[in-house]
Design a protein around this ligand. Structure first.
Ligand code: PA5
Length: 427
Protein backbone atom coordinates (compact mmCIF):
# COMPACT_ATOMS: atom_id res chain seq x y z
CA UNK A 1 0.00 0.00 0.00
CA UNK A 2 1.41 3.40 -0.99
CA UNK A 3 1.49 5.90 1.84
CA UNK A 4 2.20 9.58 1.40
CA UNK A 5 3.67 11.39 4.38
CA UNK A 6 3.18 15.14 4.18
CA UNK A 7 4.38 15.89 7.73
CA UNK A 8 7.57 17.37 6.30
CA UNK A 9 5.66 19.88 4.17
CA UNK A 10 3.19 21.54 6.55
CA UNK A 11 5.50 24.29 7.76
CA UNK A 12 6.02 25.37 4.14
CA UNK A 13 2.33 25.73 3.32
CA UNK A 14 1.97 29.06 5.17
CA UNK A 15 -1.70 29.78 5.72
CA UNK A 16 -2.65 27.66 2.68
CA UNK A 17 -3.63 24.02 2.42
CA UNK A 18 -3.50 21.58 -0.49
CA UNK A 19 -6.37 22.23 -2.87
CA UNK A 20 -8.27 18.95 -2.77
CA UNK A 21 -11.28 20.51 -4.50
CA UNK A 22 -9.04 21.20 -7.50
CA UNK A 23 -7.69 17.64 -7.27
CA UNK A 24 -11.28 16.33 -7.31
CA UNK A 25 -12.11 18.38 -10.42
CA UNK A 26 -8.92 17.27 -12.16
CA UNK A 27 -9.61 13.63 -11.31
CA UNK A 28 -13.15 13.91 -12.65
CA UNK A 29 -11.85 15.42 -15.89
CA UNK A 30 -9.38 12.57 -16.18
CA UNK A 31 -11.95 9.84 -15.55
CA UNK A 32 -14.69 11.34 -17.66
CA UNK A 33 -12.27 11.85 -20.53
CA UNK A 34 -13.20 15.43 -21.27
CA UNK A 35 -9.86 17.16 -20.73
CA UNK A 36 -7.12 17.91 -23.26
CA UNK A 37 -5.38 14.77 -24.45
CA UNK A 38 -8.27 12.55 -23.32
CA UNK A 39 -7.65 10.30 -26.31
CA UNK A 40 -4.45 9.20 -24.57
CA UNK A 41 -5.91 8.15 -21.23
CA UNK A 42 -6.21 4.46 -22.13
CA UNK A 43 -3.58 3.74 -19.43
CA UNK A 44 -6.28 4.17 -16.78
CA UNK A 45 -7.79 0.81 -17.78
CA UNK A 46 -4.64 -0.69 -19.30
CA UNK A 47 -4.03 -3.35 -16.61
CA UNK A 48 -7.59 -4.65 -17.04
CA UNK A 49 -7.23 -4.72 -20.81
CA UNK A 50 -3.89 -6.51 -20.53
CA UNK A 51 -5.25 -9.27 -18.33
CA UNK A 52 -6.61 -11.42 -21.18
CA UNK A 53 -5.19 -12.20 -24.60
CA UNK A 54 -2.50 -9.51 -24.51
CA UNK A 55 -0.91 -10.93 -21.39
CA UNK A 56 -1.01 -14.42 -22.90
CA UNK A 57 0.77 -13.07 -25.93
CA UNK A 58 3.45 -11.47 -23.73
CA UNK A 59 3.93 -14.71 -21.81
CA UNK A 60 4.17 -16.77 -24.96
CA UNK A 61 6.78 -14.40 -26.47
CA UNK A 62 8.69 -14.48 -23.21
CA UNK A 63 8.66 -18.28 -23.10
CA UNK A 64 9.94 -18.44 -26.65
CA UNK A 65 12.76 -15.98 -25.94
CA UNK A 66 13.74 -17.70 -22.70
CA UNK A 67 13.81 -21.09 -24.42
CA UNK A 68 16.47 -20.11 -26.93
CA UNK A 69 18.22 -17.01 -25.60
CA UNK A 70 20.49 -16.19 -22.72
CA UNK A 71 20.16 -12.48 -23.37
CA UNK A 72 17.38 -10.20 -24.58
CA UNK A 73 18.47 -6.99 -26.27
CA UNK A 74 15.75 -4.36 -25.86
CA UNK A 75 15.81 -1.55 -28.42
CA UNK A 76 13.90 1.57 -27.40
CA UNK A 77 14.05 5.08 -26.00
CA UNK A 78 12.02 7.31 -23.66
CA UNK A 79 8.67 5.78 -22.87
CA UNK A 80 9.59 2.79 -24.98
CA UNK A 81 12.37 1.75 -22.59
CA UNK A 82 12.52 3.58 -19.27
CA UNK A 83 9.73 1.62 -17.57
CA UNK A 84 11.16 -1.75 -18.59
CA UNK A 85 14.62 -0.72 -17.46
CA UNK A 86 13.25 0.62 -14.18
CA UNK A 87 11.51 -2.68 -13.49
CA UNK A 88 14.37 -4.95 -14.48
CA UNK A 89 16.87 -2.97 -12.41
CA UNK A 90 14.61 -2.76 -9.37
CA UNK A 91 13.27 -6.32 -9.39
CA UNK A 92 15.66 -8.24 -11.65
CA UNK A 93 18.40 -8.69 -9.06
CA UNK A 94 16.00 -10.52 -6.75
CA UNK A 95 14.42 -12.73 -9.45
CA UNK A 96 15.40 -16.36 -9.25
CA UNK A 97 15.19 -17.58 -12.85
CA UNK A 98 16.37 -14.53 -14.73
CA UNK A 99 17.81 -13.78 -18.13
CA UNK A 100 20.02 -10.82 -18.80
CA UNK A 101 18.28 -7.88 -20.46
CA UNK A 102 20.45 -5.29 -22.20
CA UNK A 103 19.14 -1.92 -23.34
CA UNK A 104 20.16 -0.21 -26.57
CA UNK A 105 18.64 2.42 -28.82
CA UNK A 106 18.63 5.03 -26.06
CA UNK A 107 21.71 6.90 -27.29
CA UNK A 108 23.89 7.37 -30.38
CA UNK A 109 27.20 6.33 -28.84
CA UNK A 110 29.42 4.05 -30.92
CA UNK A 111 31.35 3.14 -27.76
CA UNK A 112 28.14 2.07 -26.05
CA UNK A 113 27.15 -0.12 -29.00
CA UNK A 114 30.57 -1.76 -29.10
CA UNK A 115 30.40 -2.32 -25.34
CA UNK A 116 27.03 -4.07 -25.62
CA UNK A 117 28.24 -6.22 -28.51
CA UNK A 118 31.23 -7.22 -26.42
CA UNK A 119 28.99 -8.02 -23.45
CA UNK A 120 26.82 -10.21 -25.65
CA UNK A 121 29.85 -12.19 -26.75
CA UNK A 122 28.97 -15.56 -28.19
CA UNK A 123 25.78 -15.92 -26.20
CA UNK A 124 22.45 -16.68 -27.85
CA UNK A 125 20.19 -13.64 -27.95
CA UNK A 126 16.91 -12.23 -29.18
CA UNK A 127 15.86 -8.66 -29.87
CA UNK A 128 12.75 -6.85 -28.68
CA UNK A 129 12.43 -3.69 -30.75
CA UNK A 130 9.99 -1.25 -29.13
CA UNK A 131 8.83 1.82 -30.98
CA UNK A 132 5.34 3.15 -31.44
CA UNK A 133 6.30 5.13 -34.52
CA UNK A 134 9.22 3.14 -35.86
CA UNK A 135 10.88 6.33 -37.03
CA UNK A 136 12.67 7.41 -33.86
CA UNK A 137 16.32 7.93 -34.78
CA UNK A 138 18.13 6.19 -31.91
CA UNK A 139 16.17 2.91 -31.79
CA UNK A 140 15.87 2.75 -35.58
CA UNK A 141 19.67 2.94 -36.02
CA UNK A 142 20.38 0.53 -33.16
CA UNK A 143 17.82 -1.91 -34.51
CA UNK A 144 19.70 -1.96 -37.81
CA UNK A 145 22.84 -2.94 -35.90
CA UNK A 146 21.31 -5.77 -33.86
CA UNK A 147 19.18 -7.05 -36.71
CA UNK A 148 22.31 -7.38 -38.78
CA UNK A 149 24.13 -9.14 -35.91
CA UNK A 150 21.22 -11.59 -35.65
CA UNK A 151 21.32 -12.20 -39.41
CA UNK A 152 25.06 -12.88 -39.30
CA UNK A 153 24.66 -15.33 -36.45
CA UNK A 154 21.41 -17.11 -37.34
CA UNK A 155 20.80 -16.33 -41.02
CA UNK A 156 17.88 -14.20 -42.32
CA UNK A 157 15.15 -16.69 -41.34
CA UNK A 158 16.68 -17.48 -37.95
CA UNK A 159 16.97 -13.75 -37.28
CA UNK A 160 13.29 -13.19 -38.03
CA UNK A 161 12.29 -15.76 -35.43
CA UNK A 162 14.36 -13.91 -32.83
CA UNK A 163 12.92 -10.45 -33.45
CA UNK A 164 9.95 -9.37 -31.35
CA UNK A 165 8.42 -6.04 -32.33
CA UNK A 166 6.32 -4.01 -29.91
CA UNK A 167 4.59 -1.28 -31.84
CA UNK A 168 1.39 0.48 -32.86
CA UNK A 169 -1.46 -1.97 -33.58
CA UNK A 170 -2.16 -0.63 -37.07
CA UNK A 171 0.15 2.04 -38.38
CA UNK A 172 3.75 3.22 -38.36
CA UNK A 173 7.02 2.20 -39.97
CA UNK A 174 7.78 -0.61 -37.52
CA UNK A 175 4.28 -2.08 -37.88
CA UNK A 176 4.71 -2.16 -41.66
CA UNK A 177 8.12 -3.78 -41.41
CA UNK A 178 6.97 -6.29 -38.78
CA UNK A 179 4.04 -7.33 -40.95
CA UNK A 180 6.23 -7.70 -44.01
CA UNK A 181 8.95 -9.62 -42.19
CA UNK A 182 6.44 -11.63 -40.13
CA UNK A 183 7.99 -10.78 -36.77
CA UNK A 184 6.21 -11.80 -33.59
CA UNK A 185 4.40 -8.57 -32.74
CA UNK A 186 3.02 -7.08 -29.57
CA UNK A 187 1.03 -3.93 -29.17
CA UNK A 188 1.55 -0.42 -27.82
CA UNK A 189 -2.11 0.53 -27.42
CA UNK A 190 -3.11 3.47 -29.62
CA UNK A 191 -4.67 5.34 -26.68
CA UNK A 192 -1.59 5.06 -24.44
CA UNK A 193 1.38 7.41 -24.83
CA UNK A 194 4.95 6.13 -24.44
CA UNK A 195 5.55 7.36 -20.90
CA UNK A 196 2.34 5.72 -19.65
CA UNK A 197 2.97 2.40 -21.40
CA UNK A 198 5.08 0.42 -18.93
CA UNK A 199 2.17 -1.85 -17.94
CA UNK A 200 1.56 -2.80 -21.59
CA UNK A 201 3.71 -5.22 -23.60
CA UNK A 202 6.26 -2.38 -23.81
CA UNK A 203 7.30 -3.03 -20.23
CA UNK A 204 5.86 -6.47 -19.57
CA UNK A 205 7.80 -8.45 -22.18
CA UNK A 206 11.30 -7.39 -21.06
CA UNK A 207 10.16 -7.75 -17.45
CA UNK A 208 8.90 -11.28 -18.00
CA UNK A 209 12.11 -12.33 -19.77
CA UNK A 210 14.04 -10.91 -16.82
CA UNK A 211 12.12 -13.29 -14.55
CA UNK A 212 9.57 -10.86 -13.10
CA UNK A 213 6.08 -12.25 -12.51
CA UNK A 214 4.11 -10.02 -14.89
CA UNK A 215 0.80 -11.74 -14.15
CA UNK A 216 1.24 -10.61 -10.57
CA UNK A 217 2.20 -7.10 -11.69
CA UNK A 218 -0.98 -6.91 -13.79
CA UNK A 219 -3.19 -8.33 -11.05
CA UNK A 220 -1.85 -5.82 -8.50
CA UNK A 221 -2.13 -2.96 -10.99
CA UNK A 222 -5.83 -3.73 -11.62
CA UNK A 223 -6.49 -3.57 -7.89
CA UNK A 224 -4.35 -0.46 -7.40
CA UNK A 225 -6.10 1.44 -10.21
CA UNK A 226 -9.42 0.69 -8.46
CA UNK A 227 -8.05 1.94 -5.14
CA UNK A 228 -6.69 5.09 -6.74
CA UNK A 229 -10.15 5.90 -8.07
CA UNK A 230 -11.02 7.00 -4.54
CA UNK A 231 -12.48 10.53 -4.67
CA UNK A 232 -11.25 11.86 -1.36
CA UNK A 233 -8.28 13.63 0.23
CA UNK A 234 -7.39 10.17 1.54
CA UNK A 235 -6.32 9.27 -1.99
CA UNK A 236 -2.49 9.22 -1.88
CA UNK A 237 -2.33 10.39 -5.51
CA UNK A 238 -4.35 13.49 -4.59
CA UNK A 239 -2.17 14.10 -1.55
CA UNK A 240 1.00 14.01 -3.62
CA UNK A 241 -0.42 16.02 -6.53
CA UNK A 242 -2.00 18.70 -4.34
CA UNK A 243 1.00 19.09 -2.01
CA UNK A 244 3.57 19.50 -4.78
CA UNK A 245 1.26 21.88 -6.61
CA UNK A 246 0.94 24.10 -3.52
CA UNK A 247 4.69 23.98 -2.93
CA UNK A 248 5.25 24.97 -6.57
CA UNK A 249 2.95 27.96 -6.11
CA UNK A 250 5.09 28.88 -3.09
CA UNK A 251 8.30 28.97 -5.10
CA UNK A 252 9.52 25.38 -4.90
CA UNK A 253 10.07 24.93 -8.60
CA UNK A 254 12.47 21.98 -8.52
CA UNK A 255 11.40 18.59 -7.24
CA UNK A 256 14.19 16.21 -6.34
CA UNK A 257 13.33 12.57 -6.05
CA UNK A 258 15.63 10.98 -3.47
CA UNK A 259 16.00 7.26 -2.87
CA UNK A 260 18.24 5.07 -0.75
CA UNK A 261 18.30 1.92 -2.92
CA UNK A 262 20.76 2.18 -5.85
CA UNK A 263 18.58 -0.18 -7.89
CA UNK A 264 15.88 2.50 -7.81
CA UNK A 265 17.88 4.71 -10.18
CA UNK A 266 15.84 3.93 -13.30
CA UNK A 267 12.57 4.23 -11.42
CA UNK A 268 13.61 7.83 -10.81
CA UNK A 269 14.52 8.20 -14.49
CA UNK A 270 11.09 6.86 -15.44
CA UNK A 271 9.44 9.27 -12.97
CA UNK A 272 11.43 12.19 -14.41
CA UNK A 273 10.14 11.49 -17.89
CA UNK A 274 6.58 10.96 -16.67
CA UNK A 275 6.37 14.26 -14.80
CA UNK A 276 8.80 16.29 -16.90
CA UNK A 277 7.20 15.51 -20.24
CA UNK A 278 3.67 15.67 -18.87
CA UNK A 279 3.90 18.92 -16.94
CA UNK A 280 6.72 21.03 -18.34
CA UNK A 281 4.86 23.11 -20.89
CA UNK A 282 3.35 26.55 -21.50
CA UNK A 283 6.16 28.08 -19.45
CA UNK A 284 5.29 26.28 -16.23
CA UNK A 285 6.06 23.02 -14.40
CA UNK A 286 8.20 21.60 -11.62
CA UNK A 287 11.62 20.55 -12.86
CA UNK A 288 12.06 16.88 -11.87
CA UNK A 289 15.55 15.89 -10.75
CA UNK A 290 16.87 12.94 -8.76
CA UNK A 291 19.56 12.06 -6.26
CA UNK A 292 20.78 8.72 -5.00
CA UNK A 293 21.38 8.67 -1.28
CA UNK A 294 23.51 8.16 0.56
CA UNK A 295 26.05 8.53 -2.30
CA UNK A 296 24.82 11.96 -3.40
CA UNK A 297 24.79 13.30 0.15
CA UNK A 298 28.53 13.48 -0.42
CA UNK A 299 28.14 15.44 -3.64
CA UNK A 300 24.76 17.21 -3.78
CA UNK A 301 24.10 17.32 -0.02
CA UNK A 302 25.63 20.78 0.30
CA UNK A 303 23.44 22.23 -2.45
CA UNK A 304 20.27 20.70 -1.09
CA UNK A 305 20.99 21.84 2.46
CA UNK A 306 22.20 25.30 1.65
CA UNK A 307 21.75 26.33 -2.02
CA UNK A 308 18.80 28.28 -3.52
CA UNK A 309 15.63 27.57 -1.53
CA UNK A 310 13.51 26.63 -4.51
CA UNK A 311 13.68 22.87 -3.95
CA UNK A 312 11.31 20.29 -2.65
CA UNK A 313 12.37 16.74 -1.90
CA UNK A 314 10.30 13.61 -2.53
CA UNK A 315 11.78 10.59 -0.82
CA UNK A 316 10.69 7.13 -1.96
CA UNK A 317 11.40 4.24 0.38
CA UNK A 318 10.53 0.60 0.82
CA UNK A 319 9.48 -0.81 4.16
CA UNK A 320 12.55 -3.00 4.35
CA UNK A 321 15.31 -4.33 2.17
CA UNK A 322 14.86 -7.76 0.57
CA UNK A 323 18.02 -9.12 2.13
CA UNK A 324 20.04 -8.26 5.18
CA UNK A 325 23.66 -7.59 5.99
CA UNK A 326 25.06 -6.94 9.43
CA UNK A 327 27.85 -4.49 10.19
CA UNK A 328 30.86 -6.56 11.27
CA UNK A 329 32.69 -6.06 14.56
CA UNK A 330 36.32 -5.02 14.06
CA UNK A 331 38.95 -5.59 16.69
CA UNK A 332 40.94 -2.48 15.75
CA UNK A 333 37.90 -0.20 15.61
CA UNK A 334 40.06 2.43 13.90
CA UNK A 335 36.95 4.10 12.41
CA UNK A 336 35.19 4.09 15.79
CA UNK A 337 32.07 2.39 14.39
CA UNK A 338 31.97 -0.67 16.63
CA UNK A 339 28.84 0.77 18.25
CA UNK A 340 27.08 -0.18 14.98
CA UNK A 341 28.46 -3.74 14.91
CA UNK A 342 25.67 -6.28 14.56
CA UNK A 343 23.20 -3.69 13.28
CA UNK A 344 21.58 -4.37 9.92
CA UNK A 345 22.67 -2.10 7.06
CA UNK A 346 19.00 -1.47 6.27
CA UNK A 347 18.47 -0.09 9.77
CA UNK A 348 21.50 2.13 9.42
CA UNK A 349 20.18 3.29 6.01
CA UNK A 350 16.78 4.16 7.46
CA UNK A 351 18.26 5.96 10.46
CA UNK A 352 20.40 8.06 8.13
CA UNK A 353 17.27 8.84 6.05
CA UNK A 354 15.51 10.16 9.17
CA UNK A 355 18.47 12.35 10.04
CA UNK A 356 18.69 13.69 6.48
CA UNK A 357 14.97 14.45 6.40
CA UNK A 358 15.05 16.65 9.48
CA UNK A 359 18.28 18.37 8.41
CA UNK A 360 16.86 19.22 4.97
CA UNK A 361 13.55 20.43 6.40
CA UNK A 362 15.36 22.70 8.83
CA UNK A 363 17.42 23.92 5.85
CA UNK A 364 14.22 25.02 4.11
CA UNK A 365 13.49 22.01 1.88
CA UNK A 366 10.00 20.54 2.23
CA UNK A 367 9.92 16.77 2.32
CA UNK A 368 7.25 14.50 0.84
CA UNK A 369 7.65 10.89 1.94
CA UNK A 370 6.36 8.07 -0.26
CA UNK A 371 6.41 4.65 1.29
CA UNK A 372 6.17 1.91 -1.31
CA UNK A 373 5.63 -1.24 0.72
CA UNK A 374 7.76 -4.15 -0.39
CA UNK A 375 10.39 -4.22 -3.10
CA UNK A 376 8.67 -6.80 -5.28
CA UNK A 377 6.03 -7.04 -8.03
CA UNK A 378 3.38 -5.61 -5.70
CA UNK A 379 5.43 -2.61 -4.61
CA UNK A 380 6.46 -1.92 -8.20
CA UNK A 381 2.95 -2.08 -9.69
CA UNK A 382 1.49 0.04 -6.90
CA UNK A 383 4.14 2.71 -7.36
CA UNK A 384 3.69 2.88 -11.14
CA UNK A 385 -0.09 3.28 -10.91
CA UNK A 386 0.26 5.79 -8.10
CA UNK A 387 2.62 8.05 -10.04
CA UNK A 388 0.60 7.77 -13.25
CA UNK A 389 -2.67 8.79 -11.59
CA UNK A 390 -0.92 11.53 -9.58
CA UNK A 391 0.64 12.84 -12.78
CA UNK A 392 -2.66 12.91 -14.69
CA UNK A 393 -4.39 14.69 -11.79
CA UNK A 394 -1.47 17.07 -11.27
CA UNK A 395 -1.27 17.95 -14.97
CA UNK A 396 -4.94 18.87 -15.12
CA UNK A 397 -4.61 20.79 -11.85
CA UNK A 398 -1.96 22.96 -13.45
CA UNK A 399 -4.02 23.45 -16.60
CA UNK A 400 -1.80 21.65 -19.12
CA UNK A 401 -2.38 18.68 -21.40
CA UNK A 402 -0.43 15.98 -19.54
CA UNK A 403 -0.52 13.62 -22.51
CA UNK A 404 1.23 15.48 -25.31
CA UNK A 405 4.85 16.54 -25.86
CA UNK A 406 4.84 19.28 -28.51
CA UNK A 407 8.20 20.63 -27.31
CA UNK A 408 10.02 17.46 -28.33
CA UNK A 409 9.41 18.21 -31.99
CA UNK A 410 11.53 21.40 -32.08
CA UNK A 411 14.92 19.74 -31.77
CA UNK A 412 13.85 16.87 -34.03
CA UNK A 413 13.13 19.28 -36.88
CA UNK A 414 16.62 20.78 -36.59
CA UNK A 415 18.23 17.40 -36.14
CA UNK A 416 16.70 15.79 -39.23
CA UNK A 417 17.49 18.88 -41.29
CA UNK A 418 21.15 18.83 -40.26
CA UNK A 419 21.45 15.07 -40.66
CA UNK A 420 20.06 15.14 -44.17
CA UNK A 421 22.24 18.14 -45.12
CA UNK A 422 25.37 16.33 -43.98
CA UNK A 423 24.21 13.22 -45.84
CA UNK A 424 24.15 15.29 -49.05
CA UNK A 425 27.71 16.47 -48.33
CA UNK A 426 28.83 12.88 -47.78
CA UNK A 427 27.30 11.70 -51.01
O1 PA5 B 1 6.71 9.23 -24.06
C1 PA5 B 1 6.91 9.33 -25.24
O2 PA5 B 1 5.99 9.51 -26.05
C2 PA5 B 1 8.32 9.30 -25.80
O3 PA5 B 1 9.28 9.19 -24.81
C3 PA5 B 1 8.45 8.13 -26.75
O4 PA5 B 1 8.17 6.94 -26.07
C4 PA5 B 1 9.86 8.06 -27.34
O5 PA5 B 1 10.15 9.24 -28.03
C5 PA5 B 1 9.97 6.89 -28.30
O6 PA5 B 1 9.04 6.98 -29.33
P1 PA5 B 1 8.72 5.72 -30.22
O7 PA5 B 1 8.11 4.67 -29.35
O8 PA5 B 1 7.77 6.20 -31.27
O9 PA5 B 1 10.03 5.26 -30.80
Amino acid sequence: MIKVDLSGTYEFFGEHSPDYAAAATAHRTLEEGNGPGAEFTGWLSLPEKMAGAELKSVLSASEKIRSHSEVLVVVGIGGSYLGARAATELLGPVCKDRREVLFVGNNLSADYLNGIEERLGERDFSVNVISKSGTTLEPALSFRVFKSLLEKKYGPQGAKSRIFATTDPVSGALRTMANEEEYFTLTVPGDVGGRYSVLSAVGLLPMSVAGIDVSKVTEVAIEQMRRLDLRSPENPAWQYAAARRLLYDRGKIIEIMAYYEPDFRYMAEWWKQLFGESEGKNGIGLFPASVEFTADLHSMGQFIQDGPRNLLETVVSFEKSNTSYKVPFDLLNADGFNYLAGRDFDRVNKTVAEAVKSAHISGGVPNIGISAGERNETGFAELICFFEVACGVSGYMSGVNPFDQPGVEAYKKNMFKLLSETAEHNA
